[in-house]
Design a protein around this ligand. Structure first.
Ligand SMILES: [Zn+2]
Length: 392
């Protein structure tokens, strides 16, 4: 079990003003926090990697609890689709940078908190320098590349990594990279093949789920800072909101782990490449699948070209919006539906953003069909051709 006197600099215990004594009175009367603990919180420096679904509740509760300095790394802008779960931001923040929105909200919640903003993507080039300034790192990332990067940087710097991840109705939390606990790589030695695990943007997420997991991350962070309780280091908490079941499994440190075991990893690497993510410059159709832009497709439909439109999304997505004249064949049933598809006509497949469409186009091309994929999917169709088609 991980215990300490708190991971912050115990010597730098900040004094509390009269206003702060009043504000934190419910902490001060808790014997396990008390004045000493509240001073530790005020002296502490916590970095949130991401101000999204997980970072939102974590930032709010850490600020409310009186953590003296909160660093936030993010480079995104508040979008209306964020507001279903990213409670740090409001409707009037749509279009603003998440950091500006976070700074304002935290200043209102607790003006005693110093917010340090890092408006950048966390990369191998900047991670060590940014993370090194903080006592505890809260991983609120939504992709494997940044998760491995955050883990490796935490192991190299010896900083606790308070981990959380969410998908659909299920979440996980743990504490990695403590003095004798495991790291993320001990649990997941290699990233999944690219495309195997859909992102929340592709697979969806219950809005309240990051609220649960991010709040657990804030709780673990405060326990680490105070040196109280039993940390999640060495355990993985699994949360299933459908069955409303919480359970923990033991996660031992792996002596063969290249990060925290053998220490083979002595420097940060290219995590996009490591996780098999295509570089931004690489075209999505590197394997020769034809793509048609929404404007080109609209022009071809307009002039009466003989096209067979196939929508490869799920039925509940079809119900939100679809293109007129299209046929619904969800990607998962495409292989069994090949015989019912007319091979004499040219096919255009589409999905929400273009990714599943590309998978479908590959399958169809391999089966000998003439096929192209609608670039950017129904989202770009809505932007470029017909705004009455709902985006989601
Ligand atoms: Zn490890």
């Amino acid at each position: 079990m991980y215990r300490s006197d708190g991971v912050g600099d115990g010597a730098a215990q900040a004094d509390l003003s009269r206003d702060e004594l009043l504000r934190y009175s419910r902490h001060l009367i808790l014997p396990d926090v008390a004045l000493d603990g509240q001073r530790k919180l005020k002296a502490a420096r916590v970095l949130l990697v991401g101000a999204g679904g997980l970072g939102s509740p974590a930032a709010l509760y850490l600020a409310a609890a009186g953590v003296g300095t909160l660093g936030i790394v993010d480079f995104d802008v508040v979008d209306v689709t964020n507001l279903q779960r990213q409670v740090l931001h409001g409707t009037r923040d749509i279009g603003r940078s998440k950091l500006a929105s976070a700074r304002d909200r935290i200043a209102d919640l607790n003006p005693n908190v110093r917010v340090e903003t890092h408006e950048t993507r966390l990369t191998a080039a900047n991670a060590l320098e940014i993370l090194d300034k903080y006592d505890v790192i809260v991983d609120g990332t939504d992709n494997f590349a940044t998760r491995y990067l955050t883990n490796d940087a935490c192991v190299l710097l010896g900083k606790p990594n308070v981990y959380g991840s969410i998908f659909r109705f299920e979440g996980q939390a743990s504490v990695f990279a403590t003095a004798d606990g495991p790291c993320y790589r001990c649990l997941f030695p290699t990233p999944p093949p690219p495309g195997l695990v859909p992102s929340c943007a592709e697979g969806g997420v219950l809005g309240v789920l990051p609220g649960l997991i991010g709040t657990i991350q804030a709780t673990e962070t405060i326990k680490l800072l105070l040196g109280i309780g039993e940390s999640l280091a060495g355990r993985l908490l699994l949360v299933d909101t459908m069955g409303m079941r919480f359970h923990t499994v033991q996660v031992p440190r792996d002596p063969a782990c290249p990060a925290c075991g053998t220490h083979e990893i002595t420097a940060l690497i290219d995590y996009d490449e490591y996780c098999g993510m295509p570089g931004a410059a690489e075209p999505a159709n590197a394997d020769g699948i034809a793509e048609v832009t929404p404007r080109e497709l609209a022009a071809r439909i307009e002039r009466g070209d003989d096209l067979s439109l196939i929508d490869v999304r799920e039925p509940h997505e079809w119900d939100i919006a679809h293109l007129s004249g299209a046929r619904l064949v969800p990607l998962g049933s495409l292989a069994s539906e090949l015989a019912s598809i007319d091979g004499t006509r040219e096919i255009v497949v589409y999905c929400r953003s273009g990714k599943r469409g590309m998978d479908a186009a590959r399958q169809l091309a391999a089966a000998g069909f003439r096929v192209s994929n609608l670039a950017g999917g129904i989202l770009r169709w809505s932007d470029d051709v017909d705004q009455s088609v709902a985006k989601y």
